[in-house]
Design a protein around this ligand. Structure first.
Ligand SMILES: [Zn+2]
Length: 640
């Protein structure tokens, strides 16, 4: 028997009719584009520019649909989908709604550049009686729209809501005080079991992340099927069918790392039908996309009464991109793990797979080359050193890098004192292969996260404090203090912070720059680079006398799936040389004061000292500017 309250809810549900018009019809009639949305400002939303979005928006308006999860590639109009849905709800089915975004800053930006201009410009929204209208709480006749930050459990829990919109899930924290922020957000809709609507959208990051998980958990997964202009067979646009640089290539170019090759590929790329093998050009794309439909894998339509639907759309579908743009982006990304990951997630809307990360000690033999130890390869442009601090000694490794980021381990070992660390970094010179010249260390990174260390008199002292003092005394813009930090998938790998006091509370006049490293991200990079083929850019090599101790440390961790995310776990106790590799990779990263880009070529290696002076200046300016910049931006938002 049904409870009284349930019967009531059923009645309410039956009484609340699905709107007379669909979301796409609403948008075509009432969504006026603003300069923030599109270069075509002051025109109505044009569904012909984004034909694939119609099916997504209209399903959302379907009275049976409770949840949709959209895995979206770049430049296909994900934000517009969400804006149209929000506008539609405000106008056609007003009620309590929440839009959740990754951070407080993204809320301010979204409010000022998206919501407010949309309401002001739309003939359907503009007449709504606006009551309390704030950045994070917008009351209008019949409803309210809350804007919440995924970082803040209090803002996510502010109210019960009937409709939830969650954007850019890939940038959300995996956990907050109250637990999983997505789950926390979805709990807000509990009081509206029969009328709630949930829409989540993001590009994916890694397999098994939030958006991937919710997408898979939907009752059905639909994709956008288009008919071949030649044979009429239906398929989804997939990267594997994008052709560039094959027998039709008109140039005598074979080097895939040559930008001229990229440009030629951009010009000549086309799509090949996987059924009939015919060539599909950009010219045929709009007509083909307009005939597309959202179907399940067996080409059946989405069943009536489906409550949750996962949809996925990659950037090959975008009418703002040519097939050649996608080819160019891929070629330009292929030699660099960060860029390739961004391409896979952002453009192909596919999660980045790293399930078998980590290597057995024996497999690492493949990276040994015939380079003599302590010798710098001829093509190297600089040397870096990474130093890991332990209770009684220091582990270090020294790497040579060429301009493309290919790396050679030229030396590694342990020393017992800060004095020895100093001489490694400042005094040692390494002979350059095939010449009489030598090269010194360009940059070094030392771990400041150590515990307590035993002094000569047997007293324990804070390793962190000792390392800070060492950097302040001897760093000279050459030795940088670093600290491992837990990472998100936001793309942040290195973050500088200024310390103004020591752990003991003593002030640090002038401050000390400390670099926080997303260690997991660099471990991913390390293993991706170790796995590059011989001769490929960014591969890592070990000198010919590299021993078992090194291999053991580097195979001491495995990447495993644990509680919603991929994490690195130790399978062996000692992994310190692996940490030194992480520090070396951080030193050449673009986010570490420009990284390798600071060294343009061999010719400039004599000027390395001069560049270091610039970097010091830059660090000071950055820390000064970051404060100023924030204030300026806040003002900018308020004005709008
Ligand atoms: Zn065909």
């Amino acid at each position: 028997m049904k409870l009284q309250s349930e019967i009531l809810k059923d009645e309410i549900s039956a009484l609340k009719p699905s709107s007379e018009i669909t979301v796409s019809e609403w948008a075509s009639r009432y969504r006026m584009m603003t300069p923030f949305d599109s270069p075509a400002a002051n025109t109505l939303f044009d569904i012909n520019r984004v034909p694939y979005l119609k099916g997504i928006m209209d399903k959302f308006g379907d009275k049976n649909v409770r949840m949709m999860v959209f895995l979206a590639g770049t430049q296909i109009g994900k934000s517009n989908v969400m804006m149209n849905m929000i506008g539609y709800c405000m106008s056609e089915r007003p009620g309590p709604m929440m839009l959740a975004l990754p951070t407080k800053e993204s809320i301010e930006r979204y409010s000022a550049t998206r919501i407010d201009p949309m309401v002001a410009a739309s003939p359907a929204l503009n007449p709504l009686q606006l009551k309390k209208w704030k950045i994070n709480e917008k009351h209008y006749s019949g409803g309210v729209l809350y804007l919440a930050s995924a970082q803040s459990s209090s803002s996510l829990s502010s109210s019960s809501v009937e409709m939830v919109f969650a954007d850019e899930l890939k940038d959300w924290p995996s956990g907050i005080k109250a637990g999983d922020p997505v789950k926390y957000l979805l709990d807000r809709t509990k009081t509206f079991p029969y009328t709630k609507k949930i829409f989540m959208a993001s590009s994916p990051s890694v397999e098994g992340d939030q958006i991937d998980k919710y997408h898979k958990s939907c009752e059905v997964q639909a994709e956008y099927y288009v008919p071949c202009p030649h044979c009429g067979e239906r398929f989804t646009l997939e990267f594997a069918q994008l052709k560039f640089g094959d027998e039709n290539f008109p140039f005598d170019l074979t080097d895939k790392d040559d930008p001229e090759y990229w440009n030629a590929a951009k010009k000549h790329a086309y799509y090949q039908c996987e059924m009939c093998g015919e060539k599909i050009t950009d010219y045929m794309k709009p007509g083909m996309l307009r005939k597309g439909e959202w179907l399940l894998k067996d080409l059946s339509p989405i069943p009536e009464k489906t409550e949750s639907i996962g949809v996925r759309l990659n950037s090959l579908n975008s009418l703002d991109l040519k097939f050649g743009d996608v080819a160019f982006e891929f070629l330009e990304s292929r030699g660099d793990r960060e860029k390739l990951k961004n391409f896979t997630c952002g453009w192909l809307a596919e999660p980045w797979m790293e399930d078998s990360m980590g290597i057995d000690a024996d497999d690492l033999q493949k990276n040994v080359c015939d380079l003599e130890p302590v010798v710098v390869p001829e093509s190297a442009v600089c040397l870096t050193a990474g130093i890991d601090v332990q209770k009684t000694h220091f582990y270090y490794s020294i790497w040579a890098w060429d301009a493309m980021g290919t790396g050679w381990l030229i030396h590694y070992g342990t020393v017992a004192s800060y004095d020895e660390v100093r001489s490694i970094v400042f005094e040692n010179e390494y002979p350059i292969q095939g010449s009489t010249e030598t090269m010194g260390i360009w940059r070094a990174a030392i771990d400041t996260g150590g515990q307590y260390r035993e002094g000569e008199d047997g007293e324990l002292f804070s390793q962190t404090e000792a390392t800070y003092n060492f950097i302040r005394q001897y760093g000279r813009g050459k030795i940088f203090g670093i600290k491992g930090a837990g990472g998100s998938n936001s793309g942040m790998r290195v973050k500088m912070s200024m310390l103004d006091k020591l752990p003991s509370g003593r002030a640090l006049p002038g401050g000390l720059a400390l670099y926080l490293l997303n260690v997991d991200e660099f471990k991913d990079t390390l293993f991706w680079r170790l796995d590059q083929d011989d001769g490929e850019p960014q591969r890592l090599y070990f000198h010919k006398d590299t021993g078992q101790d090194w291999f053991k440390h580097l195979s001491a961790e495995r990447k495993v799936f644990d509680k919603n995310k991929w994490v690195w776990k130790k399978v062996r106790k000692r992994n310190d040389y692996m940490d030194t590799c992480v520090y070396n990779l951080a030193l050449i990263d673009a986010q570490f004061g420009g990284g390798l880009k600071m060294i343009r070529g061999k010719a400039e290696r004599r000027n390395v000292e001069a560049q270091m002076v610039d970097l010091n200046k830059q660090i000071k300016e950055q820390s000064y500017l970051s404060g100023v910049h924030h204030r300026a931006r806040d003002g900018w938002i308020r004005r709008r």
